[in-house]
Design a protein around this ligand. Structure first.
Ligand code: PEP
Ligand code: MN
Length: 353
């Protein structure tokens, strides 16, 4: 159930509404917008008579929730969730700026990571990606450098100021990864690993949640709900291509899902054109399509020498090609009402989650 109350509701009236709802065993989540106050209620709403709620002072409307997801639902809060990445420049994801994360699929060593981080920062990336623990289809190939890679990522952050996103695969490693990374990535293969989702829901780090290979939009939002239900409301959704009958691309980029998500949820949505394409020469057009569909950001694989990469070399851009991509993105970003420019004034929007 969602309660719409008037703006600038006096404290005692808001408390009265919350107490009434909580007395019936539901939890409340309040968000203040410019034209309304939204009180989201989580729990079994059958216990409450909506007419009684409607009669409380300050209440304007009572709306039943028909969607299976609540905390992630756009109806549930008054605005959009804008998530600070924790860097000194104050980068926000979900606001007017198009945020690009870039870096290697896997952290393969110190020199290659620092070289990539420095290059992508110079081209305008706002976050560094790099896998430390890799979910590989085969157990006989490179599985990532693990803890050593986490330390290298922290070093690259110190050298460039870029916040770091890296994947966590195991609930037992959440604390360790959170100690090194700014954003915790849940990979496509783990989107429905509910123990892992609950564990990242308990830490204070934004979560980058990738869509499962054959997950529906609703399942993705319910996975986000698992994280949010534990208290962590900072979830960034990522469309990275899904399995279809098509083999010309590694996965099929579901551009439609980006547009649907922007309507269904207040959470930021980013796109990974690299894993969708599977080949470097398709990354740019897919990135343009993502921006046009409303994506709040991109995550792109970049390697200094893609032919030597220990994972996903075929889809990795060289730093020079990444630089071209960033330049070519500018008009698409502008057409979508976004800024890519480092120094452009950004309206600091209120955080709602
Ligand atoms: C990755 O980001 O390198 C990765 C493994 O992505 P996904 O989980 O989307 O396959
Ligand atoms: Mn990869």
């Amino acid at each position: 159930m969602i309660i719409i109350a008037r703006t600038a509701l006096p404290g005692p009236e808001l408390d009265g509404i919350r107490e009434f709802v909580e007395r019936h065993g539901l939890r409340t989540h309040v968000s203040h917008g410019t034209d309304r106050t939204v009180i989201g209620c989580v729990g079994d709403a059958r216990a409450i008579d909506p007419h009684a709620v409607r009669a409380l002072p300050g209440v304007e409307e009572v709306i039943p929730v028909r969607k299976p997801y609540r905390l992630a639902s756009r109806e549930f809060v008054a605005g959009r969730t804008v998530i600070p990445l924790g860097d000194r420049r104050g980068t926000l994801i979900g606001g007017p700026q198009l945020v690009v994360a870039a870096g290697p699929c896997s952290v393969e060593g110190r020199a290659m990571l620092l070289e990539t981080a420095t290059a992508v920062r110079a081209s305008g990336a706002r976050m560094l990606r790099g896998g430390a623990f890799k979910p590989r289809t085969s157990p006989w190939v490179f599985q990532g450098l693990g803890v050593e890679a986490l330390e290298l990522l922290a070093e690259a952050r110190a050298a460039t100021g870029l916040p770091v996103v890296t994947e966590v695969m195991d609930p037992r490693q959440v604390e360790l990864v959170a100690a090194h990374a700014d954003v915790l990535q849940i990979g496509a293969r783990n989107m429905q690993n509910y123990a892992l989702l609950a564990e990242v829901g308990r830490v204070r780090r934004p979560v980058l949640l990738k869509r499962g290979l054959s997950a529906t939009v609703s399942e993705l939002l319910l996975a986000a709900e698992h994280v949010m239900a534990q208290g962590n409301r900072d979830v960034i959704l990522c469309e990275r291509g899904i399995r279809t009958f098509e083999t010309a691309t590694r996965n099929t980029l579901d551009v439609g899902a980006v547009a649907v998500l922007k309507l269904e949820t207040h959470l930021p949505v980013i796109v990974d054109p690299s894993h969708a394409a599977g080949r470097a020469d398709l990354v740019a057009p897919l990135a343009f399509a993502a921006v046009a569909a409303g994506a709040d950001g991109l995550i792109v694989e970049v390697h200094p020498r893609p032919s030597e990469a220990r994972s996903d070399g075929d889809q990795s851009l060289t730093p020079a090609v990444f630089d071209d991509l960033m330049r070519a993105l500018a008009p698409f970003a502008a057409a979508a009402g976004r800024t890519l420019d480092d120094e452009a004034p950004r309206e600091p929007r209120a955080r709602v989650a």
